[in-house]
Structures are given as C-alpha cells and as structure tokens.
Design a protein around this ligand. Structure first.
Ligand SMILES: Cc1cc2nc3c(=O)[nH]c(=O)nc-3n(C[C@H](O)[C@H](O)[C@H](O)COP(=O)(O)OP(=O)(O)OC[C@H]3O[C@@H](n4cnc5c(N)ncnc54)[C@H](O)[C@@H]3O)c2cc1C
Length: 488
C-alpha cells in the first residue's frame, strides 16, 4: 500500500502545494501506452495540471468568499465547499464558491474538487443514514475521512459505473461477475477488491479515488455493494486514460484545449487492499441505495452541478452574442431568437438555483437541504440544453468557424491578406479569428465534443432522469384540478 504525497492537514492548499502533492512514484496513470506518475511530466497533461493548480490558488485569491475555519481546528482555513450547510446563507456562500471555480474554465471543467467536496459533506452530514443495519464503524470511517478530505484539501476523483459489458444484466451475471468492481476477500487489515469502474474524470490530477453507490444492486449481490476511499498511489490501482484532447498549441489557436482537458479514465482494481478504516460500506445492498436517496445527495450535488452548468450556459450565450455582433447577423430576427433561447436557458438555470436556496429546509439530520424540485426538473433538461446551445452557436457562426487561420499564419507572410480578407464588421481579423477559434474549441474540437458528451451523461442520461422526475413528482395539485370536474 503506497500513499499520497499529501500527508498532514494543511488546510486550503496553494496550486504549488497541490502539484507537489501529486508527486508519487506509486501512481499508475496510463496514457497511450506510457505510465505517467506525475502529470507535469507529460506534455498532454501538463496544461490541465496547471489549470487545476489555479483552482487551488483561487481560494486564496478569494479567501473572504471561499475559505472558512475548519470545524475541527479553527487555526486551519478550509474551502467553503466542504461545509455541511446548516443555514440558507451556507448554501448561498457555497454557490458563490462553485461559481468562482466554474468561471475559471467557463464551465469546461466539470469535475473540479468542489464536486466531490459537496458529495462527501452531505454524506458526513447524514452519517445517521450510513449507520443503518449495524454499519456504525463504516459511518464513523466516512465522517473521519470527510474531515481529512477537508483539512488536507484533497483533490479527488470518483468512478460509480461498472463497465458497459451488458447493461441488461446485473453485475453478477456479466462476464461471469468478474468485470464489475467486487470484493474478493477479507483480510486482517481490510478488504480486497477486484474489477473495473468508469469513468474517473480528473484521475491524473487527483490525490484519492472515491467509490460510492451509483446504481441499485440486487440483495444477493452484496459483494458489489461497496463504498471506500483510497489514494491514487495504491498498489494494484491502475487508470487507463482515453486519448488526450489537450493541444500543445498557442492559446490563440486552442484557448480551451490548451488548458482544460480534465481527462477521463477507466479504473482497474487488480486485487487492491482497502484498509478497514477507509471502508464506508461493505455488503449492505439496501444501504447502497439508501445513501443516494436518504442523505440528500441528489439536491446537494445538483447545487454544484447546475451552478457550473449555469456558468457554461452564460459562456455559450456570450460566445453567440459576441459572434453575432461581430459579423452583424445579430440584426436578423431568427438569430435574436436563438440568442434569446440561450438567454432563457441561463435565466431558468439561475432561477432554479435561487428557488432551491430560497425554499431550502433543514432535513431530518439538521442539514440545510436545497429544495430539489427545480433541480430534478433541470436534471432532465440541462443535458438537452447545453447541446442545443452548441447547435445555436453553430447556426449563428455558420462557415466562419472554418475561416480561422492559425497564429502561425498570422505571423507569416500572408498577414496583410489575412487582415483584409478575414476582417469582420465588428472586429479586425486577429480578433475575429480568435473569437471563432474560441467558439469552435467550445463546441467542435475534440475537447468541445467531449464536453457535449459530458453534459449529456455525467448525471446519468436525461431520458431516464425526466421519467424519474415524473415518477417522483408531487402530482396532487394537477390531479385535484382534474378530479374537481370528475365529481358531481
Ligand atoms: C465525459 C464523461 C465523464 C464522466 N465522468 C464521470 C466521473 O468522473 N465519475 C463517474 O462516476 N462517472 C462519470 N461519467 C459516467 C457517467 O456516470 C455515465 O456515462 C452515465 O452514468 C451513463 O452511463 P453509461 O455511460 O455507462 O451509459 P449506459 O448506461 O451504457 O447507456 C448507454 C445508452 O443506453 C441507454 N440505457 C442504458 N441502460 C438503460 C436502461 N436500463 N433503460 C433504458 N435505457 C438504458 C442509455 O439511456 C443510453 O442512451 C462520465 C461520463 C462521461 C461521458
């Protein structure tokens, strides 16, 4: 068992401390056949590592808004996204921190550490749910782990889904039960697990991997019902990355791909031993479902997710708006209609966040729970809105996305002709090309395409989520409107 470079509670880290913490030879991150132990060593991971470092620096630049004293040691300042909210003000403050982080990448990085900070804060806030059916030790482990995560300012990744062997069958019936993550042994120190999970976004830039429930499990399949946390540098733990979409090009050419490829990986557990104190759930298939339904995870995670999505929608609106004004198409009414639709998405997302906070209530465990109704509605819609915003930007920009010579062309012998032939009514050639390249990187580059896929799936698929929204919605008022006319 190896360990992470981040050993002691330091409170909120700087970017430099974050990068130092990733320095461990036990890390197994595989990218195109090469094992990478530190992302700064690899040209295709370096830029995103630096962007992540900026996320850590940001909390010091906005210390008033983003830091709070640790509840366990007031001499430590910790990130406010670890807060277990007790008041509406806690929710508002937390949202402001999400917004600052998302703004850094225009919402392109979805899995910055605040995502899992919120998840584990809500799990720890409802440790009573984890204690059920005799799991007091697992619950205590989880509470202790959340305090560590907060006070050591860990960067974490997670992987909830089992690989796509056969989605029609339960884990135990796919590939003889061997592929999905499962327990194979108990040891004196803990448990041994084997199998794989997808997708660990941020893995090369994470200190630790978190495993917690992502789907229901049959009562007879207890060995698949697991929740735990381990350092990335753990013997037998292996991450296989997709191709990098990072571009080692001037930011003029690829302003987003040159900075924000947060990477996705499949994680393989090759008989990995999880120390007992890092195990939160082991075998309780009922608990496996309940920690998702009863801890408030749904409302809390969507508070983070839709703040980021709101920022990304605003970025999309900004791109469409600036392009339309640059080429003059803003004067056409159907272009205004498309811009108006993106604006409406932004405004509805913002309203959902405000409504969820305004109607928040203390839950049974004394945690302030955002009203999840607007979020449940958005959970089905947002995965459709963001791809639709991309479509509108395409329709606004037309072929202009392809009239985009590179920085090297601008610096070459054709500059005078480029200045003449690539100008727009609202911008000189250099600015017009830069703008269209930015928008293409947002929606059409490899990173842009991955971003669209992410929006469609990162919170499961939108079709099932819309169906779920209908199934769990309170339909009593709509029903009563009908029933009043079905009586005498
Ligand atoms: C870019 C990206 C990053 C991600 N990052 C993370 C991460 O960091 N951590 C993490 O845990 N997960 C992550 N995910 C995974 C995400 O949780 C899953 O993609 C999502 O849950 C959908 O599962 P799937 O991809 O296995 O698709 P599948 O479940 O295989 O679905 C494929 C298609 O089949 C349909 N389908 C499947 N099963 C059913 C069914 N029972 N009924 C009806 N239709 C069905 C789906 O609607 C969909 O259209 C990421 C995904 C993407 C794309």
């Amino acid at each position: 068992m190896a360990n992470t470079g981040v050993q002691t509670a330091s409170g909120a880290r700087t970017g430099e401390q974050f990068l130092e913490g990733l320095d461990h030879s036990g890390r197994e991150i595989w990218l195109r056949g090469e094992r990478i132990t530190h992302p700064l060593q690899h040209p295709e991971l370096r830029a995103a590592a630096r962007s992540m470092a900026k996320v850590f620096d940001l909390q010091h630049e906005h210390a008033d808004e983003m830091l709070m004293p640790s509840p366990d040691d007031s001499s430590l300042s910790v990130n406010v996204t670890h807060v277990i909210p007790r008041t509406r003000e806690d929710l508002v403050r937390r949202r402001r921190a999400f917004e600052l982080v998302a703004t850094l990448s225009g919402g392109m990085m979805g899995r910055t550490p605040d995502y899992l900070n919120v998840t584990f804060a809500c799990f720890a806030g409802r440790s009573d749910v984890w204690t059920r059916r005799g799991n007091e030790q697992g619950a205590a482990n989880l509470v202790a782990y959340q305090a560590q995560m907060r006070d050591r300012d860990l960067s974490t990744t997670h992987a909830l889904m089992n690989p796509q062997v056969d989605r029609t069958k339960p884990e135990a019936e796919q590939a003889m039960g061997q592929v999905s993550l499962h327990k194979v042994a108990d040891t004196e120190q803990g448990i041994v697990v084997r199998g794989a999970r997808m997708l660990a976004t941020l893995a090369p830039f994470a200190d630790e991997l978190l495993i917690y429930p992502g789907s229901d499990i049959r009562p007879q399949d207890g060995r698949y019902a697991l929740a735990f946390a381990i350092p990335i540098a753990t013997t037998g733990l292996r991450f296989i990355c997709r191709d990098s979409y990072s571009k080692q090009r001037d930011p003029y050419d690829y302003p987003l791909s040159s900075r924000f490829d947060e990477m996705d990986a499949v994680v393989i557990f090759d008989d990995v031993e999880i120390p007992r104190e890092r195990v939160f759930l082991d075998g309780d298939t009922v608990g496996y479902s309940e920690v998702i339904t009863d801890t408030g995870w749904r409302g809390h995670i969507m508070h983070q997710a839709f703040t980021r999505a709101y920022v990304k929608l605003c970025f999309a609106l900004g791109l469409g708006h600036v392009i339309a004004n640059t080429t003059g198409v803003v004067r056409f009414d159907h272009i205004q209609e498309k811009l108006g639709q993106i604006w409406a998405m932004c405004e509805l997302a913002r309203s959902a966040l405000v409504a969820a906070e305004a109607e928040a209530k203390l839950d049974a465990g004394g945690v302030m729970y955002p009203d999840d109704r607007p979020f449940i509605a958005l959970r089905g819609e947002m995965p459709k809105w963001l791809p639709r915003a991309n479509e509108y930007i395409q329709l606004i920009g037309g072929g202009g996305f392809m009239a985009t010579p590179s920085k090297a062309d601008l610096e070459g012998p054709l500059r005078e002709q480029i200045d003449l032939y690539f100008q727009a009514a609202g911008a000189d050639a250099e600015r017009r090309i830069r703008l269209f390249r930015l928008a293409w990187d947002f929606l059409g580059s490899e990173l842009g395409g991955r971003g669209e896929l992410y929006e469609r799936f990162y919170l499961s698929d939108s079709w099932r989520m819309t169906a779920l929204a209908y199934n769990i919605a309170d339909k009593s008022f709509p029903e009563s409107l009908v029933e009043q006319f079905l009586r005498d």
